[in-house]
Write a protein that binds this ligand. Structure first.
Ligand code: NAP
Length: 338
């Protein structure tokens, strides 16, 4: 069976997912697209190998009988409306992060899924499909390094546009590290603090770059998240878990090592697309395969909710300088345990 997918929002990552669905993955076709910029939607549709319907709105696309499942890649504040409409229509939806931009909006999505009695939403936390992080999780689960005590995560971008804010670094950048911490350690975040190191001279005047989050997990493990978004040398994602009797860390992501002139080196990825290209492919294929069978998989609405609540606490901690406790509602049985 070929899954007919409707894509809402064909900006940067929406177009990348369209390419992926069309050229890389199996079992799916892009049957419909829409964007608030209809000319952009038309131009994306025109580039597809098979005819795709261009809808006037996301709601029209979701309601269309030609669409089996929906991929939402519009800007964050629009996600809630589309995800709720998909749940109402009983259609599987892959929603790029964030699930929604406020705790209340995420809770409305959880309430809708609970009322529907089934999960229909997968959130685009692609790091869960990265070979490195999956390997780290397996090592933790095996018990080989003992109980995890500390997870160090670093998220370094070569540069960011001037429009990026310090709060945006927490919400848009660190959100991946927050989800990774929950995924690797299998517990929730209980409290957040933010430390402000000496500012990089490469950062825009208004930006606190780098910044360091300290996450306290519910079982007492600690997580440090270093976000440095003008690091210059490349896109560098680091991760190390310190256990009671050993450690596990992400290896360098290059596949070769060059030795010359008494030294050795390798490539640092240029950006997130290069670093996580395989993770995005595996992530979306997993969604397509599950959705084709009417099932859901991967990061859930609960995971999207938890990440949004933690990042909101992170912004409050950044702005107030205080330690902010994280309170999550009771986890509905629908979402089980990781
Ligand atoms: P983008 O380039 O701005 O693309 C978003 C597209 O959605 C634009 O074409 C925008 O049109 C359109 N849009 C805005 N409001 C809409 C609406 N109500 N209905 C339909 N389309 C609408 O942004 P992006 O970088 O692709 O990011 C899109 C989403 O993906 C964001 O939530 C972002 O956080 C997420 N993302 C995730 C990752 C990841 O690593 N998982 C990476 C990148 C992005 P206009 O430009 O005219 O507003």
């Amino acid at each position: 069976m070929t899954l007919n997918i409707g894509v809402i929002g064909v900006g940067m990552i929406g177009q990348d997912h369209v390419r992926r669905l069309t050229q890389v993955l199996a079992g799916a076709r892009v049957a419909a697209v829409t964007d608030v910029d209809l000319d952009r939607a038309k131009s994306v549709a025109a580039g597809l190998p098979q005819q795709a319907q261009v809808h006037q709105s996301g709601q029209e696309l979701i309601a269309s009988d030609d669409v089996d499942a929906v991929l939402v890649a519009s800007s964050g504040p629009t996600h809630e409306e589309y995800v709720l409409a998909c749940i109402e229509a009983g259609k599987q939806v892959f929603c790029e992060k964030p699930l929604a931009t406020t705790r209340e909006a995420c809770e409305r999505i959880i309430d809708a899924e609970v009322a529907a009695g089934r999960r229909l939403t997968m959130v685009g936390f692609m790091r869960r499909y990265d070979d490195g992080y999956r390997g780290m999780r397996e090592v933790v689960a095996s018990g080989d390094i003992g109980t995890p005590l500390v997870f160090h995560s670093a998220h370094r971008n070569p540069s960011v546009p001037d429009a990026v804010t310090s709060a945006g670094m927490v919400v848009d950048t660190c959100v991946h590290d927050v989800d990774t911490a929950r995924f690797l350690l299998g517990t929730e975040v209980a409290a957040v603090q933010v430390a402000k190191p000496r500012r990089s001279s490469r950062a825009a005047e208004h930006l606190q770059d780098p910044l360091v989050l300290l996450l306290e997990m519910t079982d007492g493990a600690l997580v440090t998240v270093e976000a440095a978004v003008n690091i210059g040398y490349g896109y560098d994602i680091r991760g190390e878990i310190v256990g009671e009797s050993g450690t596990v860390a992400l290896a360098e992501s290059n596949r070769i090592v060059v030795k010359r002139d008494g030294g050795f080196g390798g490539r640092v990825p240029a950006d997130w697309r290069e670093r996580f290209v395989r993770a995005y492919d595996v992530e979306l294929q997993a969604w397509v395969d599950a959705a084709a069978g009417g099932a859901s998989t991967g990061p859930s609405a609960w995971d999207g909710y938890a990440a949004t609540v933690v990042c909101d606490a992170g912004v409050e901690a950044l702005e107030s300088g205080r330690r902010i406790e994280v309170t999550l509602r009771e986890r509905p049985g629908l979402y089980g345990v990781d």
